[in-house]
Design a binder for this molecule. Structure first.
Ligand code: SF4
Length: 889
């Protein structure tokens, strides 16, 4: 339940998760809950939402929220907290200089927050030490575009993905990570079946569902793959010489570098056969309308910038850029990663796409801001920033809206750096995260639904996030916190804003200041916008210059790049991937997202629906590797390397290549005993972008020998989870927990009483299996069930979860609950596939077998699965395909 509110009209706002930037209609209903729908008028999603967006209403309650400032864990007033932050930062700067302080901010911030943070650090404190967690998801795209185009410009629009005849998805699991773009491509392909999709990914992800061709590339084989493509295009008369000659430099050098690779080299580096390579190259060569979509698989690499360059080279060489249905397309991970880039939130950039290393730009920004100083060099990028915290060079850091103790590579090192840091401030919406735990000062921020401002999505579309809930407790906007600290540091003149529209007017004016077409980013049309008009602002794409009619613009069809001679620059790449490991171990650890969780689960972890899809941390292992290592399905596995180890569930699948494993990035110490995968990720970064290589760390695996397994569902959040392995997830009526213990406790009844929080329980021993089961009831309803077993607990989990809190009618039902067996007329629905309607795998299979459903549409009609947000359609299709194949065998 949210604060007491009246029923409202739908408020047009924007989803706070991925970089697709879907428009949302949020309606506060009579009972205080919030009804969420896709905004049919928003040009990025036209009414669609994915499972995460659809469940937004379940994530905005005040449980666990930070509602007042705190100093050393004690409640404080805003005045005392802000005074302390300003004083500590001032003192540190006075004693050690401006580079002894830093801000580490987030792609979750609104543009207003970003703008004020960047202005305070670069123009008033005088250091470049402000960086953002967007460094972790797309900095290599920024660097790659900057090198090639002279600017950080995404040339195209989402519509290009629908107009293309060929979409090449590189390192991008769109079905799970950008689901609405996946849905748009899927719909376009359904209308035009001749449209082709190629998926280039070491894993056969759910996105392979729409792929005509899947190329299971070796990790970091991308540069060689696209160098081979460049050579093939040249050899097969597929170049656009007019475009190359008129609008680019460096083609000969790039082609020469690519030509050093033989076909055998390319096959060996990519792990792809000659025929796979030829099929792909031929398809690209003959398809004019080609869009190459890429994301974390490209960016999160020690050669990410070179990968981006290799992709862009092929588009420049064919002139397939900036025209309908053509172009390279970087999709960003976070809702306002693009806004952060525009506003100079990265340590090496200035506001409005200006460059910190360009003295003219520095002077221009300082003159506009009338600021006392200006950073003269790039600040420390994320990984280097926390190294500087660890070695004592940075002595005061302010972290906003992000959880670096979990999300940065070498995460335990980051944690120890923050423990040692003399002054740590964290602004967040949640009281307890793995990072807020380490702060001397905690500042309560506004959450989605309470804050108000602007975000930019992956297609340069600026949309409004609008408040539809009151600010809870003492929570305040991040820009307000920054401006208040700035004023208390003595920067009254530059840090006074009557509201957020004043920030946007200033930002828009700066974007047009002495621009005259010299810079891509120009939103000067908003320079005089009133607060009322800002409140009503409809989504639009930049650039939007003062005086120009509203138009959606693609860049670079006729050249006009932002380099000194207005020509793009081909990149002559080194031919082989550089070594990206600081030690060698037999497996390559790939990390990434899953469908129904977001980042470190501080918000999506609240949703019972989202918690049911994949309820515990897991490692994907190839069947042969599992066999070789003696790892059985559903047992526990230790993934380890020189930095530490984690314990996760084995998910054995041939979707992953041999000697490669995948672990999701989401689980923190708040949701699992030992599953922070970034503790194992090596802090190796791309030399140009500073982006860490999250997808190719060395690791080993071994079975985790548990002697006791447990499964608990409980209405109360369980305490005292004292076992080597536990994983916690929300369910509709409470919590579900998986357990794994090395040693069986001597007294299981006492152990159960600790977990259940009572010794009033029913206790049952299954002599056949050795399982002990415990159940508690409250007013005749099931309040908790605990199963303990010497082998992994096998029972219908979703059925038990659904019984929690329900009245128990008779003895037989009690018996069934404790036995973990539903009655014959209550089918086991199996693992949840459709989160929106809680439809399990077994229900989908029985719709196939018993009702003859052979298409996703039929399954939707029959079971409702996939009929709401559609995020599970690829999984339904996979189930259909595998069952149909089995039937055909
Ligand atoms: Fe939100 Fe999903 Fe849209 Fe991304 S695709 S913006 S997570 S609704």
């Amino acid at each position: 339940m949210v604060n007491s509110v009246k029923r409202s009209c739908p408020v047009k706002t924007t989803c706070p998760y991925c970089g697709v930037g879907c428009g949302v209609l949020a309606t506060v209903t009579d009972n205080g809950s919030v009804d969420i729908k896709g905004d049919p008028d928003h040009p990025s999603n036209y009414g669609r939402l994915c499972s995460k967006g659809s469940a937004l209403g379940e994530t905005i309650d005040l449980t666990g929220r930070m509602l007042e400032p705190q100093i050393h864990g004690r409640s404080a007033t805003w005045d005392s907290a802000l005074d302390l932050v300003a004083e500590k930062f001032k003192d540190t700067i006075a004693k050690h200089g401006p580079d002894s302080v830093a801000f580490y901010i987030s792609g979750q911030l609104l543009t207003e927050d970003y703008y004020v943070a960047n202005k305070l650090m670069k123009g008033f404190i005088g250091s470049g030490n402000i960086d953002t967690n967007s460094r972790l998801c797309m900095a290599s795209s920024v660097a790659g575009q900057h090198r090639a185009f002279g600017s950080d410009t995404v040339p195209g629009t989402y519509e290009d993905m629908e107009l293309a005849d060929l979409i090449v998805l590189v390192g991008s699991n769109l079905a799970w990570c950008h689901p609405v773009l996946y849905q748009r491509i899927e719909a376009a392909k359904a209308k035009r079946p001749e449209m082709k999709v190629v998926l280039i990914d070491p894993r056969r992800t759910m996105t392979s569902d729409i792929a005509d061709l899947h190329l299971p590339l070796k990790a970091d084989g991308d540069v060689a793959l696209f160098q081979g493509l460049l050579s093939y295009l040249a050899e097969n008369n597929a170049l656009n010489n007019q475009y190359i000659n008129s609008h680019t430099n460096g083609f000969k050098e790039a082609l020469g570098a690519a030509g050093k690779l033989t076909a055998a080299d390319i096959s060996s580096i990519t792990g792809l056969s000659n025929s796979e390579l030829r099929d792909f190259y031929d398809l690209v060569a003959k398809t004019e309308k080609t869009v190459t979509v890429y994301s974390q698989g490209v960016n999160q690499s020690s050669i990410g910038t070179d990968k981006v360059g290799a992709i862009i080279n092929c588009h420049l060489a064919t002139g397939r850029i900036g025209q309908p249905g053509m172009g390279p397309f970087s999709v960003t991970g976070q809702p306002n990663a693009m806004g952060g880039r525009e506003v100079g939130g990265l340590a090496n950039m200035l506001a409005c796409h200006m460059d910190i290393e360009n003295v003219k730009h520095r002077n221009l920004v300082q003159e506009f801001w009338q600021s006392p100083t200006m950073a003269v060099k790039p600040g420390l990028k994320a990984v280097d920033m926390f190294n500087a915290v660890a070695n004592g060079d940075i002595k005061a850091i302010w972290i906003m809206g992000t959880n670096p103790v979990d999300s940065l590579p070498h995460a335990d090192y980051v944690k120890s750096a923050l423990i040692k840091c003399p002054f740590v401030v964290v602004s967040d919406i949640m009281e307890t995260t793995d990072t807020t735990d380490l702060a001397q000062v905690k500042l309560p921020s506004l959450g989605w639904g309470e804050k108000d401002g602007m975000v930019t999505n992956s297609e340069r579309r600026i949309s409004r996030q609008r408040a539809f809930l009151p600010a809870p407790g003492a929570a305040r906007a991040d820009w307000w916190q920054l401006a208040e600290v700035g004023r208390r540091m003595g920067y009254e003149q530059g840090m006074t804003y009557e509201d957020n529209s004043a920030i946007i007017r200033e930002y828009a004016e700066l974007s047009g200041f002495e621009n005259k077409g010299s810079r891509d980013f120009d939103i000067s049309a908003l320079a005089t916008i009133s607060a009322e008009s800002y409140a009503q602002l409809a989504p639009f794409q930049w650039p939007q210059k003062n005086g120009d009619a509203i138009a959606e613009i693609r860049f670079f069809a006729d050249g006009n790049f932002y380099t000194p001679d207005k020509k793009a620059v081909f990149q002559a790449q080194s031919e082989r991937p550089k070594e990206s490991r600081s030690f060698d171990l037999p497996f390559t650890l790939n990390t990434g997202r899953i469908r129904d969780q977001w980042h470190t689960m501080t918000r999506t972890g609240k949703s019972p629906r989202l918690g049911q899809h994949l309820a515990e941390p897991f490692v994907e292992i190839h069947p042969q590797d599992a066999k070789d290592l003696g790892i059985e399905p559903a047992t526990l596995v230790e993934v380890y390397n020189n930095f530490g180890s984690i314990i996760v569930r084995a998910l054995i699948t041939d979707r992953i290549q041999q000697k490669s494993v995948f672990v999701s990035m989401h689980w923190t110490d708040q949701f699992a005993s030992s599953a922070r995968v970034d503790t194992l990720v090596d802090a190796i970064t791309d030399p140009y972008s500073g982006q860490p290589a999250f997808k190719a760390s060395a690791c080993s695996l071994r079975p985790f020998k548990a002697n006791l397994f447990g499964f608990l569902v409980s209405q109360k959040k369980p305490k005292n989870l004292e076992s080597e392995y536990w994983a916690l997830a929300r369910c509709e009526a409470g919590w579900r927990v998986e357990l794994g213990l090395k040693e069986t406790p001597p007294n299981l009844s006492e152990f159960a009483a600790e977990l259940l929080g009572t010794n009033q329980f029913i206790d049952y021993l299954d002599a056949g299996t050795g399982e002990r089961r415990f159940a508690t009831f409250d007013n005749g309803a099931l309040s908790a069930v605990l199963h303990l077993s010497p082998t992994p607990v096998l029972l219908s989990r979703n059925w038990i979860v659904s019984e929690l809190g329900r009245p128990v009618a008779n003895k037989m039902q009690r018996y069934r609950l404790i036995a973990g067996r539903p009655a014959n007329d209550v089918p086991d629905i199996g693992a949840i596939i459709c989160s929106c309607h809680s439809i399990g795998r077994n229900q989908i299979v029985s719709a196939m077998m018993e009702k003859g459903c052979n298409t996703v549409k039929d399954i939707g009609i029959c079971t409702k699965a996939g009929s709401n947000c559609g995020s599970c359609k690829s999984e339904i299709n996979q189930i259909l395909s595998s069952r149909l194949m089995e039937a055909a065998e």
